[in-house]
Ligand binder design. Structure first.
Ligand SMILES: [Mn+2]
Length: 404
């Protein structure tokens, strides 16, 4: 009687006492079912037949899962397990007690207090890890960036308050500074760890490069984005309070004011948004040290010429790569905060990043921002694009080791 429960108990999956407790109500239910088989509904329904579960389970012992099934099977399906980026090992990069060394870390910055349109980017790191689940450190095609010279880990997220924007920005900077103090595993390939950060709205780039300044000094920012993000806060509806000035559209203006950016080596790539004041905005942008390659120029000059111009502009500066996924067309990344039609394809962006990698530009850090998973489609188009961009940035870091 009641063999399934008893069998589970035999395998240690259900306590014997629990199996015994199931026996009584189960018998009552069977009685009730058999006494109601003459009702009009049950007479014509699939419930009419009284099924004896004991008949079904008889003779099926060979199908019971052994207790140690998961210990003897090496294959782990990509949709299972706890979500770290690409199933990488998790290292708590923020506590001194964790002394595990690594060379490249993936780190989340769940923050969206600086958006002007759609919120929800605080879920970006979670979405990216979910989107990366088909990637696996064991998968090999050409150079495997997970198993080449570098130790690559998932650092988890930088904790920051959802209640106070300025406090959260301080906490994010403290998180990146803490990680920057870690010693790399392969010191012959570089004297500092490098990070690929996953946003978060674009405001997070400001505390990220604030933290990098101690190590690398001024950096050339390659800013892939449909917008300028060098807006003077007073152009962007700010200027009311200190709190209102820091947004995902003004952080590069502030970074320039703080002396974090190289003088004339920064670039916007893929720009196409409207301007508030085309004279003032562009003059201010040039003052912040940026030149622009607009989105539609790709059809006139092509990928190779874009790469050549970037290499020429960057010179011998260290490069920080900041990728707002709204640089891509909404067809490829619909799940973002401030969408602008007419952007690049995923393939074009990946090919440009590959070109810059092959040119040997010294990449010292990167972020991929503005992914708000709630607006993604059922096929997770945006999440997949985000993780493929992270993968390409990782390839670049593997290809070009950097010393400070
Ligand atoms: Mn942006």
């Amino acid at each position: 009687m009641h063999r399934p429960i008893n069998a589970l108990a035999r395998l240690g999956l259900v306590p014997v006492a629990l199996a015994a407790a199931f026996a009584v109500p189960n018998a009552r239910i069977q009685q009730q079912l058999s006494s109601s088989t003459h009702s009009p509904f049950l007479g014509g329904s699939i419930f009419r037949q009284q099924l004896d579960v004991n008949v079904f389970s008889a003779g099926q012992d060979e199908f019971y899962i052994e207790n140690d099934f998961h210990l003897t099977n090496d294959f782990t399906p990509p949709y299972s397990g706890i979500a770290t980026f690409a199933h990488l090992n998790w290292t708590n990069c923020f506590v001194p007690a964790s002394d595990e060394t690594f060379d490249i870390g993936i780190v989340g910055a769940p923050f969206d207090l600086g958006v002007t349109y759609r919120p929800g980017e605080r879920f970006g790191p979670l979405g990216a890890r979910s989107g990366s689940r088909r990637m696996d450190p064991g998968m090999d095609h050409g150079v495997n960036p997970f198993t080449d010279w570098a130790s690559v880990v998932d650092c988890g997220d930088i904790s920051n308050t959802p209640f106070d924007k300025l406090q959260a920005i301080h906490e994010l900077e403290a998180g990146w500074t803490k990680i920057a103090s870690r010693k790399p595993q392969n010191k012959d390939k570089g004297d500092h760890v490098r990070l690929i950060s996953i946003g978060g709205d674009h405001t997070i780039t400001l505390p990220a490069i604030r933290a990098l300044q101690h190590t690398w000094g001024q950096v050339a920012v390659l800013h892939f984005d449909s917008h300028l993000d060098t807006w003077d806060p007073k152009q962007l509806g700010g200027g009311l309070t200190k709190y209102s000035e820091v947004t995902h559209g003004s952080m590069l203006h502030i970074a320039h004011e703080e002396g974090l950016l190289s003088n004339d080596s920064n670039m916007h790539l893929g720009s196409r948004s409207m301007l508030f004041d085309k004279h003032y905005d562009m003059e201010n942008d040039a003052r912040c040290g940026f030149t622009v390659i607009r989105a539609r120029m790709i059809d006139d000059i092509g990928v190779d010429e874009i790469v050549r111009r970037v290499v020429e502009t960057v010179g011998d500066n260290y490069v920080y790569v900041s990728i707002d996924i709204d640089v891509l067309d909404p067809a490829f990344t619909p799940a973002t905060g401030t969408i602008e039609p007419g952007g690049w394809t995923t393939r074009e962006l990946l090919r440009i990043l590959y070109g810059l990698s092959q040119a040997g530009l010294p990449i010292i850090g990167a972020d991929v921002v503005e992914f708000a998973p709630v607006y993604d489609n059922k096929a997770e188009t945006t999440g997949l694009a985000v993780t493929q961009i992270v993968y390409e940035l990782l390839q670049w870091m593997i290809h070009v080791p950097v010393n400070a």
